[in-house]
Design a protein around this ligand. Structure first.
Ligand SMILES: Cc1cc2nc3c(=O)[nH]c(=O)nc-3n(C[C@H](O)[C@H](O)[C@H](O)COP(=O)(O)OP(=O)(O)OC[C@H]3O[C@@H](n4cnc5c(N)ncnc54)[C@H](O)[C@@H]3O)c2cc1C
Length: 391
């Protein structure tokens, strides 16, 4: 599988892949299986990644980070998943960075980024989705009302992952009622919430148990007062600001899917060589080989789109189409590889000790989050192919 690692800038990227692999070796399947059973948070894993500097990869050097680009961030998250670990415990620190770096003020960056880079503060929560708006982000109903030098926040978010394991949260809320907004996408604003101060002072968090271990929650805002200096950029422009974060999120999660696909394929190849039925390795049968080969081809093709999207993002070029296609193709590739891997393992694919059923549950999420497959297809139909708007 050596040729599945990025071979463009072999030097640095190969080194990143190797360092991540070395770190992940200390967190084998048994570690993740135990956490999965109790729905525990992988604190030791996140601590190790933080101490090694991987989670501050995107923070500029002047603020204490490594100043790397999304291309290197892709390599980090892909390799975490290819090793059988899971970056979902901490990937938000990378994708929320785009909003803060591109739209935060110099004062905000100076105040927050060094603390995040040193691992003293965690920025792991990104609160967009609401129970009633779902995929229709512009319909979100959480409000932020200006009162003197504060904003007062009321409403509810759902599926805000890692809120219990984060000190800061990036929140999008409505500051102008929808009917008074200048345009369809105007009137939303982004805030950086200090959750250490907010909990018990207007912010409530409820964990939601899901089919995989994901530390996700619902959040309630009841007259939460947030200093106006925590507004990111200009009031009303928040939707535009989170779009850059959402492109980064789609590309990084696509990279995780590539890593998952690599893991499933590696497992399937090893098992198909070793498992003997009817007096020969099952992998000698083309009926077993072909789905593995197909999953491999699908993964490699998706990987090219992930690289293309990351390269465009890193160059600050338009990358909406590529970020969406990368997410679509990589999520399909990881899901196809997961399905193939279960089938290759027969009954053992369902046994917890093989880890495949757990990874299968984990990778299923990416058909739905952070954006569902249908919504990507409708983006491509409307914005790339110029077909009539469907919603
Ligand atoms: C484990 C988990 C973690 C998450 N973490 C976060 C997080 O940290 N922060 C956050 O903000 N959100 C998070 N999410 C939310 C996630 O982004 C949403 O679930 C996702 O965007 C889909 O929204 P929805 O669940 O409301 O589905 P809905 O919008 O209700 O859609 C339901 C189904 O209908 C389809 N559909 C809807 N409208 C159309 C249409 N016009 N045309 C065709 N099909 C359509 C969708 O594709 C989908 O399959 C998470 C979700 C999960 C499950």
């Amino acid at each position: 599988m050596n040729n599945t690692t990025p071979d463009g800038a072999v030097g640095d990227l190969a080194q990143i892949h190797a360092s991540v692999r070395a770190l992940c070796a200390a967190f084998p399947g048994a570690y993740w299986r135990a956490l999965d059973r109790e729905r525990g948070y992988p604190s030791e894993f996140v601590k190790a990644l933080t101490e090694a500097g991987f989670l501050s990869a995107l923070i500029p050097e002047q603020y204490g980070g490594s100043g790397l680009s999304l291309i290197e961030a892709v390599a980090i998250l892909e390799e975490i998943h290819a090793c059988g670990c899971n970056g979902a415990a901490c990937h938000a620190q990378m994708y929320t960075m785009a909003t803060l770096l591109r739209h935060g003020s110099a004062a905000q960056k100076t105040r927050w980024l060094p603390l995040i880079a040193r691992g003293e503060l965690r920025l792991q929560a990104f609160a967009v989705t609401e129970p009633t708006s779902g995929s229709d982000t512009l319909a979100l109903a959480t409000t932020a009302r200006r009162e003197g030098d504060h904003y007062v926040i009321n409403g509810q978010k759902i599926w805000t992952s890692r809120a219990e394991h984060s000190d800061l949260m990036l929140l999008i809320a409505r500051t102008t009622p929808r009917e008074l907004a200048k345009t369809r996408s105007h009137g939303l604003s982004v805030f950086l919430i200090d959750m250490r101060l907010a909990q018990g002072a207007g912010l409530g968090i409820n964990p939601i148990r899901t089919m995989m271990n994901h530390a996700t929650t619902e959040i309630f805002f009841d007259d939460l007062r947030v200093p106006a200096e925590n507004l990111i950029g200009e009031e009303g422009e928040g939707f535009r600001y989170i779009l850059s974060g959402m492109n980064a999120e789609r590309i990084l999660i696509a990279a995780e899917c590539i890593g998952d696909a690599r893991w499933f394929i590696e497992r399937a190849v090893a098992y198909a060589k070793e498992r003997r039925v009817f007096g020969r390795p099952i992998g000698q049968n083309q009926g077993v080989q072909f789905p593995i080969a197909r999953a491999y081809a699908q993964m490699r093709a998706a990987e090219l789109m992930v690289r293309e999207a990351a390269t465009r993002f890193a160059a600050s070029a338009d990358c909406g189409a590529e970020a969406n296609m990368a997410k679509l193709l990589a999520a399909d590739a990881s899901w196809a590889a997961a399905e193939m891997c279960v089938q290759t393992h027969g009954g053992f694919g369902f046994a917890e000790e093989f880890h495949i059923e757990r990874k299968f549950r984990e990778t299923r999420l990416y058909q739905v989050a952070p954006i569902s497959t249908n919504l990507i297809l409708s983006y491509l139909a409307e914005h790339v192919l110029d077909l009539p708007r469907s919603y």
